[in-house]
Design a protein around this ligand. Structure first.
Ligand code: CP
Length: 321
């Protein structure tokens, strides 16, 4: 791919959630990401599209996939990248999130990618800075680029999103991935089911336009996509499942449970996976049915598309007092 790209813009200068993204905006992001998949598979992966631009990754929570892929995405577009984590920063000396953000803002980055354990923290931060902000995951609220990369992976294998039946299974209560996927898939005309134990199901989840199941066999019946979620023990205070063994017995994906979905159903997991907890290795590593490695690959392309589109509206970051 050269430095010419698809025309188009997002209506917001930030990407904070999939809730509120229009089908046109989602399609624009996915189509542009599709072009970046080709660029990433070429020997020469770099362009100068974002030369002179600065992307700061500000991660207050651990990450392997999201942080690395944003860094790769920015570098492949020619931007300068700074990676910051709470560990080793002045956050450990008591500096607040907002003061940290204002400090970085004063250095005039073009894009801030932020992950934080508190739902709403990234939106709050976006209101205090001049640059574009991407939500890299905030508490149990949203993880929009994960849902975009999931959608790209699905669209590439199934050819569409419209009309697909997608089951999101496991710890729905603590999952920002589930929320972002529900909003995006509904916007794109897919049907969404959520499956999990009552203790891991948010009250009134049906208001998000999903069907709720507590039984894997019933919930997976006729599904095109089976998206497994990690048990997010770091967000749990108290006992949500009787035991890991029992959880796997009833909700862990294995061949027997997968047989209830369509014969060509695809398996997804945002990672990191807990093998033997929510998913069996035999299905996770099935090269015909598992999209898990492809999800990771699509992550770089989707994040390139996000950085590309967000920086289109930036004419210059020079100015001010
Ligand atoms: N899926 C995901 O967000 O993974 P990381 O926590 O490794 O970024």
């Amino acid at each position: 791919m050269t430095d010419s790209h698809l025309p188009g813009r997002l209506t917001s200068r930030h990407i904070l959630a999939t809730e509120g993204l229009s089908p046109g905006e989602i399609t624009l992001l996915l189509d542009l990401a599709e072009a970046y998949v080709e660029q990433n598979r070429a020997v020469e992966k770099k362009t100068a599209l974002l030369r002179g631009r600065t992307v700061v990754n500000l991660f207050f929570e651990n990450s392997t996939r999201t942080r690395t892929s944003f860094e790769l995405a920015a570098k492949r577009l020619g931007a300068d990248v700074i990676n910051m984590s709470a560990e080793g920063s002045s956050v450990r000396k008591g500096e607040t999130l907002i003061d940290t953000a204002m400090t970085l803002n004063a250095m005039r980055p073009d894009v801030l990618v932020v992950r934080h354990s508190e739902s709403g923290a990234v939106r709050l931060l976006s209101e205090k800075v001049d640059c574009a902000v991407v939500n890299g995951g905030d508490g149990t609220h949203e993880h929009p680029t994960q849902a975009l990369l999931d959608a790209l992976a699905i669209r590439r294998r199934k050819g569409r999103l419209q009309g697909l039946l997608v089951a999101i299974c496991g710890d729905i209560l603590h999952s920002r991935v589930a929320r972002s996927n529900i909003h995006l898939l509904n916007a794109m005309g897919a049907r969404v089911r959520v499956i999990g134990p009552p203790t891991l199901m948010p009250s009134q989840i049906d208001r998000l336009g999903v069907e709720v199941f507590h039984d894997m066999a019933k919930g997976l019946d006729g599904c095109d996509i089976v998206m497994m979620l990690r048990l997010q023990t770091e967000r749990m205070q108290g006992q949500f499942v009787p035991s890991i063994r029992e959880y796997f017995r009833f909700y862990g994906l294995d061949r027997i449970k997968l047989a209830h979905a369509k014969p060509d159903a695809l398996i997804m997991h945002p990672g990191p996976m807990n093998r033997g907890v929510e998913i069996d290795s035999e299905v996770a590593d099935d090269i015909d049915r598992s999209l898990i490695r492809e999800q990771v690959e699509m992550g770089v392309a989707v994040r390139m598309a996000c950085l590309d589109l967000l920086t289109r509206s930036i004419v210059s970051n020079v100015g001010g007092p």
